[in-house]
Design a protein around this ligand. Sequence first.
Ligand code: PMP
Length: 308
Amino acid sequence: TSPLLQYAFFEGEFVPSDQAKVSIATHALQYGTGAFGGIRGYLDNDGRTINIFRLSDHVQRLLHSGRLLRAELPYSADDVCGIITDLVRRNAPRHNVYIRPFIYKASLQLVPRLTGLKDELAVYMIPLDDYLDLSKPVRLMVSSWQRIEDNIIPSRGKVTGGYINSALAKDQAAEAGYDDALMLNEHGEVAEASGANLFIVRNGTLVTSPVTSDILEGITRRSIVEFARDAGIPVEERSIDRSELYIADEAFLCGTGVQIAAVGSIDGRPIGDGQRGPITEKLQDIFFTLVRGGDSPYRHYLTRVPIE
Ligand code: PMP
């Protein structure tokens, strides 16, 4: 059975998800010429509201990713936000969800280029609770796959074809018995995990790779920088050397899917004492209190959609 929720947005309308289908000759399917988003909707503590986290920021990044592919769509950012909130209302989930908007080259043409092709927007939803088991720290390896550099495939956008890089690294890590892979960039600096950004803690300072280190411009990452600074935790955005990983006091992954996941070891070397550290725990508290609808100074980051 399909894990998709009942309705999807496809070719300009809301349709039953099993009718949202493309041809095998679709350009994006053949060449990876798509751009996507990944957004979470959390069931509020009240049981009657879906809290979408940073919807307008996700839509803006989606449109920027589309722009990298020279996508031309008849929708403004507000239109896309409206389509997504309408879809949430129609599907009326009573559980946490993952929302996947997708811009893609829809023409059935065989030339690998960007212009002269029709662009489409589709959105679907799936149920999603924790993607990683957050109760135990994750075990990472440094992948032998290098992170795609911006001058090969734009790494700061969520570009479909670029995810081959993530799949190669994640697969290698899983085969070797790890939870996920960390990738280094062409300069040997730490970039990010297959589907998440990384923070480390050194001497009480949070450190994360800058957006010029071939990382996705992560929205959770940006949120954590803000949460930490507001909580009086110093933050540095600077390149991270591989050897700093091995002497970090704490490390965690962050992203829409993983949320905030403590890292227990990297390449078999324990991070700190191998357990979730206090800064990681504090940031998880701030994040989960917010998304579940608790009292938070960051409630403006939620789009609250009432469910009938
Ligand atoms: N890096 C990669 C490669 C990702 O796929 C993701 C997930 N979107 C992230 C980082 C985290 O980004 P965000 O916090 O915006 O979900």
